[in-house]
Design a protein around this ligand. Sequence first.
Ligand code: HEC
Ligand code: HEC
Length: 290
Amino acid sequence: MSVKDRDPLTGHQTTGHEWDGITELNTRVPRAVWIAIIVTHLWALAIWILLPAWPLVSSYTGGLLGLDQQDEVEAEILRAGLARGDWLSAIDQLPVAEIRADPELAARVAATAPALFGDNCAACHGAQATGGPGFPSLVDEAWLWGGDAEAVMETLRVGINAGHPDTRYAQMLAFGRDGILSRGEIRSVTGYVQSLSGAEIAPDTRAAGSAIFADNCASCHGAEGRGNTDIGAPDLTDAFWIHGGDATSIYRTIRDGRQGLMPAWEDRLSRTDRKMLTVYLQQLAGEGAP
Ligand code: HEC
Ligand code: HEC
């Protein structure tokens, strides 16, 4: 078959290829396809010239427009870091009262500290910092070591009965187990402790308990049982209890002693984080905060 053969139906030349009587038409590539190919190639060429495109050995062709999204991302990260750095360093430097008074800083703390508290403190003190048996509420007005910002910051830094060299020691003695008081004496002084927060008890129990209290307890809890924040001895006259205020719990506290363990956070949380937590606790406590 000659190359010059024409298809009788379309008038196109054939390629000269033929399979079992079927011949292949030599149709031309449509103009639209040529145009598309040319336009896309020109577009690619323009992009190569204008934008960063070709990798070189240690860099890449930068493009005439000088656009670089990596630069933009880096600039944005830098701006975000600066903005964060600004408020973090403000928190680092300002006293707690001023942080609470500054609406923007207070809002930053309110947004950041719950996660910090949730990760580090909620397991013991509860999600809302209201405490539980053995773990004090951090949002009431009863404080073992003082509730002003400085005292709380120090408690966080060194912990209570913790491994820190400066840790606060809280030692409620085991008066029963160590044989200092008899069972009867513990019962009387338990009654006396209950009477301090308003419970009605028999006058002779109260009198016996009062004398035992003066001899054994007043040195730490104070003559009137109001506690002492220098040594972490709780106020026994209020309605707030760490280890329980019913007769059985108080009896156990006096018989077996209590040594709550609060970890030291100096090595685990930055000073700024500890300060944020202090501000946060005051925010949770609301207007009643010291
Ligand atoms: C392993 C449990 C545990 C964890 C975790 C813990 N605490 Fe405590 N915390 C305690 C105990 C127990 C006490 C009371 C110690 C005592 O009875 O003498 C306490 C006491 C405190 C006090 C002193 C309260 C007062 O009345 O003076 C503050 C403030 C405090 N915790 C804050 C925090 C913060 C903030 C965190 C998180 C960074 C935290 N705690 C994590 C167990 C814990
Ligand atoms: C050496 C000082 C010291 C002496 C003495 C002492 N206490 Fe305590 N007491 C503490 C401390 C510290 C705590 C807090 C323990 C803790 O939670 O870690 C405490 C806790 C308690 C509690 C628990 C309060 C609560 O909120 O659950 C009771 C009740 C109590 N003491 C009664 C007594 C009685 C009664 C005596 C005398 C028989 C006595 N204490 C003697 C230091 C003392």
